[in-house]
Design a protein around this ligand. Sequence first.
Ligand SMILES: [Zn+2]
Length: 429
Amino acid sequence: MPEPSSFQSKSVTPIARRTVLKAGATLLLSLLTQGVANAAQFVAVRVWPAPDYTRITLEHEIKLKATHFLIKDPNRLVVDIEGVDLDAQLKSLIAKIESNDPYIAQVRVAQNRPGVVRLVFDLKEEIRPQVFTLEPVGEYRHRLIFDLYPQNVPDPIAELLEKKYNPSRTEDRSKEDREANKTPGNEEKDLQLSRVITIAIDPGHGGEDPGAVGKGGSYEKNVVLSIGRRLKAKLEQLPNVRVMLTRDGDYFVPLHVRVQKARKVQADLFISIHADAFIEPTARGSSVFALSEKGASSTAARWLANKENAADLIGGINIKSKHQHLASVLLDLSTTAQIYDSLKLAKSVLGEIGNINRLHKAQVEQAGFAVLKAPDIPSILVETAFISNPEEEAKLTDNTYQDQMADALTSGITKYLSKNPTLSRNKLT
Ligand SMILES: [Zn+2]
């Protein structure tokens, strides 16, 4: 097979995305007025490496058309993009592949023939690629996405067990673990569980989807991951509790995949962590949500659920694979019993959060959040504070507040578990 004719060096200076966006638009305009064809530019190139999959995003002024194929011995993924020219932005991809990327060893980029750019990814193992395009949405222009999934997916339950009993993996978050090692409260010490309880913690957004962005520049996706990791470390101190994070890095996890991950490890509880945002910067306070079967409990709750459910559009999912997946999952089953338990859990958690922050609403609210739809797992969504409120943004990025929030969530969960020690899951299978 033909290889790229020339390879680019790794010393390409990265260019800020916004600058390029402006420069690209200006250039496009000036070229259009001169009547020059084929002037469209790459706007940005992003790489999101993660154990689940590595994503490459090529953002362009126009919709890109790509074909791809795999080669073995050694494993390579070849992508041809039509109707574009190699430019500095695309070349910057080479330097953006990190040596610790789980799946990509390196990428080579070259003009394969006039009007066709070829990317060759040298792979670390056999992968299953998904290549798809996304229409402009939010701040993004046209996106061409390559998601590189491992051909051999590790068993999530085996991974969970290994993680629980292998402390060496937590090197990079020893701080959270140290803080979690404080003496637990009375209810934590007295917690008696007749069996091992699995709790899924779901830090919202990630990767292409930053979630809400504060005036001070903090991203919801980073804040909620930090709180989620703290919560995990604290919950793992409890006897007979094991914890799974649906996302433990800066990459996007589609909403239905979060639910699927929790169900694969047979989670007993699902806790989704978010930070709220509103146009009005004075909006403030924490809130806790459960699923609703018959309409939202308020207009605000419906608005928020719609906003959170739009994550898949920004984060970017391959519609084809989503439909294949949903056809095989029983998401239409009744959630009546689930909601009953979720409301109890939500009340317990809301009560504890009320001790550390003002509450946005004194009651648990309900709406049709996509991540809360596992029919067999009590599931709640916590809006930890308003990132759009400058005072609360400062709290959300503060170690002490993050820790207090994780403590409050732990207490709320513990109290719920003590009152419902048998926790009968309505198993579907
Ligand atoms: Zn969110």
